[in-house]
Design a protein. Sequence first.
Lengths: 266, 339
Amino acid sequence: MIAWLAAFVVVPAAILFVYSFCERDEIGGVIFSFTLENYTRVFDPIYLRIFVRSIGYAGLTTLICVVVGYPVAYYIARAPEARRHRLLLLVMVPFWTSFLIRTYAWITILKQEGLLNAVLQSFNLVGEPLSLLYTPTAVVIGLVYAYLPFMILPIYASAEKLDHALVEAAHDLGAGPVRAFSSVIVPLTMPGIAAGTLLVFVPAIGMFAITDLMGGAKVPMIGNVIQNQFLQARDWPFGAALGVVFLAMFALTYVVLQRRGAAVSS
Amino acid sequence: MKSLKSTLLALTALVGAAGLTAEEVTLFGWSEYVPQAVLDGFTAETGIKVNFETFSSNEELLSKLVAGGGAYDVIQPSDYAAEVMIRRKMLAPLDRTKLPGLRHLGDEFRRLPHDPDGGFTVPYMTGTVGIVVNTEVVKDEIKGYADVFQAKFRNRLVVLNDNRELVAWVLKTQGKSANDVSPANLAAVRPVLAEWIKLVKVFDSDSPKTALLNGDVDLGIVWSGEAAILWNENKKFQYVIPAEGAHQFVDVLAIPANARNKEAAHRLIDYILRPEVSKIVSENFPYTNPNLAARKLLTADELANPASYPTGGQLETFRDIGAVAARIDQLVTDLKSSQ
């Protein structure tokens, strides 16, 4: 396990860390001379603004995933066993198709002469076709779609373990459905929500394919910026510096969530 | 014991035989640019197996070669990437006696600025970056970049998601060379590009034709090959070489200095230079074929495609701009993010 961690986590992260203090040569190779310039560039307002925007998109995505995913996960967890397995399978079925193909499917749904507009127009709900594709809305739809299962599965795992007797006890003690939900069910499934939040929020910040394909690459996210450094701009050291800051941020998010999770369960 | 020995012997013989018979050549080329039929034809004729690996940008190719990954026998960079590789002595000089097919190439594709002596590179296909107009929707006459980037076309445009291209178009509009990326020129580009970027609906380098075909946009600045496919699909998609001047790219074949099988590499390049083989490339990927003998084999319809064989226009190839690429990336990222 330790060897596995060293080979696939520690070593690549260490390489990233070393590169982030290097310089770029004219062809895009890495020169091993110490500089802090990459880090001063990371904190340039240009990139800070992109960081903040990425956090905003990822936060909104996570929020929608919780709101949409929680009822689904809870419903599955409470379903009879045979049915539960079938429902769980349905949550995972989309993973059998390539992520890119599923994203292209969304493009055919949202495009101007696409499925959604055709349906809306045939019911006379809209006059002009809506411009949905290549907008921030499309990006959020794509992100929510891509990460929703990662929210449903951990919440399901928590909700399944939930002892229903506790909920009944709450009702017996006079708690209405809202009170029972907010004071008993939510705290008991908090570990699932926290894990789901981490699994959705972290990759959503770094996502670049959806912003390119469904957002028209109009508004760059931090994932796009990093990708560009390794390809178009051929500036690996700067890309590495962005990656290191990114990593530090994730570690921080994780620690905060862990602490809160621990505080809630104790 | 004896049986073990004979098994080992048999194994050695097998490995030896495999090593002898299966001569291989590794081609590192653009995705969606080399028809499988061409590679199969080469293997059928010579018995040399072609390992085909792909990349999707010059930068990816350069990154892989600089990082020292992979041993390739034939690579397919564009002009400016080949230029930097020649300068860094990353390419092997070509043996022209092994490439009799070079005689098929048109004069305007020889001795280009990236390889003035033609000693390292052989043009594969060339193309331009130009304007596609959906003439069913856009009734104005579109001649150049300035006609495309008008306020009335806001959210009706698709352009390449390529920062250097964007900067080059502004430079052309300002009457400068696409390669003159001095700080002063970039400063002058900035305000114009800031306005242009606000008008664009989609940035897409991989398949800009999709947004045009789907009706999400009416105008585009795209690779000529994409435009040629659109024209084949529907004649309403007209191709225009921008009046201010256009970027011409020349994608070449070259042999890396550390290639293992230079002999087979030459054979593969010369095979691709054959008119009947080069014709297959044109049929699949309707860019401009620099092979004049191959052009003679194309149908009248293929030759009439205005995107494949545009007439007139001032064309300029990109030169290597070194570290300025990073500055351009920062400029465009800033403009995109602050709109």
